[in-house]
Design a protein around this ligand. Structure first.
Ligand SMILES: N=c1c2ncn([C@@H]3O[C@H](COP(=O)(O)OP(=O)(O)OP(=O)(O)O)[C@@H](O)[C@H]3O)c2ncn1[C@@H]1O[C@H](COP(=O)(O)O)[C@@H](O)[C@H]1O
Length: 111
């Protein structure tokens, strides 16, 4: 197997750009476009299915299978985010704001 070293964030940034470009593509030529033309509802359905498959894989213990399902979830997450009109920057900002804050603390600060 070839060595592959890249930050996940870098790969996701590139994927976000690809998804953006695919917005104008023909659904017959692009799987991403076929999801996006169905709107947030279609993308959400697919994301739900892929998340469930990932959860099932996670309890099998097969690391390769888990990693493949995780990649499917991340792809469908990015497509759903795009279909919802929310930028990855917005999510990054929220995560950065939460850094160093306990999950318990963050939950009790929600309005
Ligand atoms: N990372 C991905 C990626 N991960 C998963 N998938 C697709 O997601 C689908 C999920 O698999 P399923 O078996 O659940 O889907 P399916 O049953 O075949 O399809 P449905 O009819 O149920 O929707 C498969 O078609 C996968 O190929 C992806 N499709 C695209 N990308 C990225 O998006 C880029 C653009 O792709 P296109 O838009 O197709 O050009 C690609 O170059 C990749 O970088």
């Amino acid at each position: 197997m070839t060595q592959y070293k890249e930050q996940l964030g870098t790969t996701l940034d590139r994927l976000a750009e690809t998804i953006d470009v695919r917005k104008g593509a023909a659904p017959e030529s692009s799987y991403t476009a076929s999801l996006l033309t169905g709107g947030a509802q279609k993308c959400a359905k697919k994301f739900g299915e892929e998340s469930f498959e990932f959860a099932l894989a996670a309890v099998t213990g097969d690391k390769q299978h888990i990693a493949e399902e995780a990649a499917d979830v991340l792809y469908h997450f990015m497509v759903l985010l795009s279909a919802s009109g929310v930028s990855t920057d917005k999510v990054s900002k929220i995560l950065a704001h939460r850094e160093g804050m306990s999950g318990h603390e963050e939950k009790s600060s929600r309005t």
